[in-house]
Design a protein around this ligand. Structure first.
Ligand SMILES: NC(=O)c1ccc[n+]([C@@H]2O[C@H](COP(=O)([O-])OP(=O)(O)OC[C@H]3O[C@@H](n4cnc5c(N)ncnc54)[C@H](OP(=O)(O)O)[C@@H]3O)[C@@H](O)[C@H]2O)c1
Length: 361
């Protein structure tokens, strides 16, 4: 147990050593501190490492039953781990009475597990029959607050999305792969001849389906029926769930780009009602968790390099579609590790901690 305090729910951070875990620890040190004891857990590989949280060093525990000793009703465990680890261990934690907030894909399709983005459906955390709350994947998380605000005004009828995903979405392995590949191609004339980038970076493309340096890779996830990727189908399913639009037509193309942190999306949203781009900008400007930067004449629009390390989703390039008065086009980007994962998980955990505090009154 680390960073001990006497009051507030205990918080276990499982996956504390990962890409999302590292950001989560920063966030815990930056946001209002509502936590009692915080314990850090990862694989046996990381046991004994010391990490800073709330300005104190804590030792990482190996994931095991014993790592959760003392955790029970009124406490929370965040799972920032691969889906198979969450699937195996989350039930062991809920059996002790603690609530699990899982940021992996393990429970996102489970109807007894609410899928939550606090700005969109924060009320849903209270209905958790399995004692588990899930956060969405990083692509859905980037666009959903903006989309939810527009949907509330105009009623979403059809959605077409393309992602420009950062390497960090594939965890530490993704960032390390891109950095390694960039070091191999930097300062060369590679990229001008057929196959020269592939030859330079070698056979090992890490978690990506092709070299990412000096390239874009139109693939993310597993192959599913009809040539869709599992990630594209997941974004579709989660968007429908979060907006409570079970039959919403959604078409997604996921593309990896050579950016370290910060997912970008182009969105074409068709609504049941005619859209006014000026009013849509006002809605986006007022939406929680969204910042509008939209002055192309002044060269002002968001980019992932500006979004990295920040909390909100940044929206720009808001345009009325040329051929359809009911459609709106926009660009949105956000830090995939913060907005797309750690911040969402922290925000959900704070909502649950608030609920515990209400019960205790
Ligand atoms: N990266 C993103 O942008 C993003 C966005 C949304 C959701 N997510 C999801 O969030 C989760 C974490 O992603 P990440 O990017 O942080 O991955 P990561 O960098 O690979 O980190 C994985 C974490 O899980 C731990 N872990 C792995 N196998 C384990 C095991 N068998 N037992 C115990 N701990 C184990 C690792 O511990 P060790 O360090 O000891 O190996 C590490 O702390 C994944 O489910 C991912 O899909 C990621």
């Amino acid at each position: 147990m680390t960073a001990t305090r006497s009051s507030g729910p205990a918080l276990a951070v499982v996956g504390a050593t990962g890409a999302v875990g590292a950001v989560l620890l920063q966030i815990l040190s930056q946001r209002a501190d509502v936590w009692g004891d915080i314990r850090l857990i990862a694989s046996a590989r990381s046991a004994g490492r010391r990490l800073a949280v709330r300005a104190r060093e804590s030792e990482v525990l190996a994931l095991s039953d014993a790592a959760f000793d003392g955790l029970g009703k009124g406490d929370i465990a965040l799972f920032l781990t691969p889906a198979e680890v969450s699937a195996r261990w989350a039930p062991a934690v809920t059996a002790r009475g603690a609530v699990v907030v899982d940021q992996s894909a393990a429970f996102r399709e489970d109807r007894e597990v609410p899928l939550v983005v606090p700005e969109v459906n924060g009320h849903a955390v209270r209905n958790r029959p399995r004692g588990i709350v899930a956060g969405p994947d990083c692509v859905t998380a980037v666009m959903i607050a903006a989309l939810g605000a527009l949907h509330a005004e105009y009623c979403l009828a059809d959605l077409v999305v393309s992602s420009y995903q950062a390497a960090g979405a594939a965890g530490r392995a993704g960032s390390q792969t891109l950095r390694r590949q960039l070091s191999l191609v930097a300062g060369t004339t590679l990229g001008e001849q057929p196959g020269d980038v592939r030859r330079a970076v070698g056979e090992d493309t890490g978690p990506f389906a092709a070299p990412l340096a000096l390239n874009v890779v139109p693939w993310s996830g597993r192959l599913c029926e009809g040539g869709w990727s599992s990630h594209e189908l997941a974004v579709r399913a989660q968007t429908r769930r979060l907006l409570d639009l079970e039959r919403l037509p959604v078409s997604v193309t996921c593309v990896q780009v050579p950016v370290l942190t910060g997912h970008s999306l182009t969105v074409r949203a068709r609504f049941e009602n005619v859209v006014d781009a000026g009013h849509a900008r006002e809605i986006l400007d007022a939406a929680p968790g969204v910042i509008l930067v939209d002055d192309p004449a002044a060269g002002e629009f968001p980019t992932p390099a500006d979004a990295a390390g920040t909390d909100p989703a940044w929206v720009g390039r808001v345009r009325a579609s040329l051929d359809d008065p009911r459609s709106l086009e926009f660009f949105v980007c956000a830090d995939n590790l913060r907005k797309g994962a750690a911040l969402n998980a922290a925000h959900i955990a704070e909502l649950i901690a608030g609920e515990f505090a209400e019960i205790a009154l």
